[in-house]
Design a binder for this molecule. Structure first.
Ligand SMILES: [Zn+2]
Length: 466
């Protein structure tokens, strides 16, 4: 009898309550203190005060006192790749999660079928890892240097390549410029955009950024390309490259001589108005420019990365082995000239999207840790912590039209969250001060994350012993 009466008064069940936590309102640059966040399945079900929380019966309670809750990080430019060490790439999935990265945007490699499989398994809850959004194989010209890409030389081949990407159900399209003909490059942007994808890529030397932007290119990958639009001679230089009148070196020299911040601002503003953003990947440029000054090989995180993946770092190192002191200085000067564009881009209204180029081949650009360092670099070169965080957790989803589900700790948003011990709006290094990670509503405490890290480390040690 009493059971019956009780059941009428029974509180509704929820999966998870985070009580008395500080919510980081990134957009508003403020903290909402003493909040009670209720999570049901993979999304945020309710937020309110203690009274509201008391109306529910949570299966799990986390004490958020003194802690800071923000959306999980997005690394919007990573690479899974290396067909001979797929198993090492697989180990990166828990590694990303252990570093609070709940979404990665995979910008092509040579193991697309595996990445697509992992993406689906993670979405179905069958595998632990970040949400993956992948371009699948990228589109390139014939006989490019990139293994695993889709090489096209004609419009017909381009159509077939896009058909195959549709069959693979890729999340966006990446196009690069190694051997891609400029006119076909523009056609590829237009056709991929018409099929509903957001298009990312490099910019062929024979094109201006404005041409790619007008064709619909949604992001320029790598900050270096932005230098091209920072001179009044951009059209002249790209025409010179198209006709072969200018060598690559001559083009760079002319560009460097004529850099002009006011031209940069006007051009970036134009690109912004056409909906084009930029993924700076500042960290990898820094790593390469300052390779000789840093002792990356002593980084303890190397213990979490497989031997072949680490070996893939060597190609860049060897390429630079015979550099003269002048070459080294030029790389640093080039990096600094590029990095100082960051606040101009921010002011112009162009969306900055934080991505790192982490993964195979990209020297000492560590999956998981990299996005934290990238955001630190953003702040070092003139963005506020708020702007840096927006670039990862708001502009990342925005690229895919997913802003409704991600980007804030609000009712109805996805429960992909980061619980920090300190306030990231005050100091960007707080993103590394991780107390717990919530992925699709599942809470991973610090001790669980440490256990995951220990398992990865052991896996790598065993691999290296064999
Ligand atoms: Zn890349």
């Amino acid at each position: 009898m009493s059971g019956l009466i009780f059941s009428c008064q029974e509180k509704p069940q929820v999966d998870l309550l985070i009580k008395n936590v500080n919510i980081v309102d990134i957009e508003g640059d403020s903290i909402l203190s003493s909040q009670y966040v209720l999570i049901q399945a993979d999304s945020i079900f309710a937020i309110g005060n203690e009274e509201l929380a008391n109306q529910y019966n949570p299966a799990q309670i986390i004490n958020g006192e003194g802690k800071f809750l923000m959306p999980g990080l997005w690394d919007n430019h990573v690479h899974f790749g290396g067909a001979e060490y797929i198993d090492e790439n697989e180990q990166l999935l828990p590694l990303y999660l252990a570093f609070g990265v709940t979404t990665v945007r995979d910008a092509a490699g040579d193991i697309s079928l595996e990445v697509l499989k992992w993406r689906d398994e993670i979405n179905e809850g069958k595998r632990i890892g970040p949400k993956i959004l992948t371009s699948g194989p990228k589109i390139e010209g014939i006989e490019s240097i990139w293994p695993g890409d889709l090489e096209v030389g004609t419009s017909e081949e381009l159509d077939l390549a896009l058909d195959s990407l549709e069959k693979l159900k890729v999340d966006f399209v990446k196009i690069t410029d190694n051997t891609m003909k400029p006119e076909l490059f523009l056609e590829a942007i237009e056709k991929a955009t018409a099929r509903g994808w957001s298009v990312s890529g490099h910019i062929p030397a024979a094109l201006t950024l404005d041409q790619a932007s007008k064709a619909g290119q949604k992001t320029v990958e790598h900050l270096g390309y932005m230098l091209r639009a920072s001179t009044p001679k951009e059209s002249e230089i790209s025409a010179g490259r198209a006709s072969g009148k200018l060598t690559a070196q001559e083009a760079i020299a002319l560009q460097t001589e004529t850099l002009d911040d006011s031209v940069a601002m006007a051009n970036f503003h134009q690109l912004a108005s056409q909906g084009t953003g930029v993924v700076p990947t500042l960290l990898i440029s820094y790593n390469i420019a300052y390779l000789d000054e840093n002792e990356f090989e002593k980084d303890t995180i190397l213990k979490y990365l497989g031997p072949k993946l680490k070996e893939s770092y060597q190609w860049r190192i060897q390429r630079m082995a015979n550099d003269t002191p002048e070459d080294k200085q030029n790389r640093k000067t080039g990096f600094e000239a590029t990095a100082r564009l960051l606040p101009i881009i921010q002011k112009s209204g162009m969306k900055i999207i934080a991505g790192t180029d982490a993964g195979y081949l990209n020297t000492y650009d560590y999956p998981g840790l990299a996005i934290h360092l990238e955001l630190q670099k953003f702040v070092e070169y003139g963005l506020t912590p708020r702007e840096a965080l927006i670039a990862s957790v708001i502009n990342g989803p925005g690229y895919f039209g997913l802003e409704k589900e991600y980007g804030a700790v609000k009712i109805g948003k996805s429960a992909n969250l980061l619980l920090l011990n300190s306030n990231p709006l005050e100091s960007i290094i707080s993103t590394l001060d991780i107390n717990g990670v919530i992925k699709d509503g599942v809470f991973y405490s610090r001790s669980v994350l440490d256990q995951m890290l220990a398992e990865i480390k052991k896996w790598v040690a065993d691999k290296e012993a064999n």
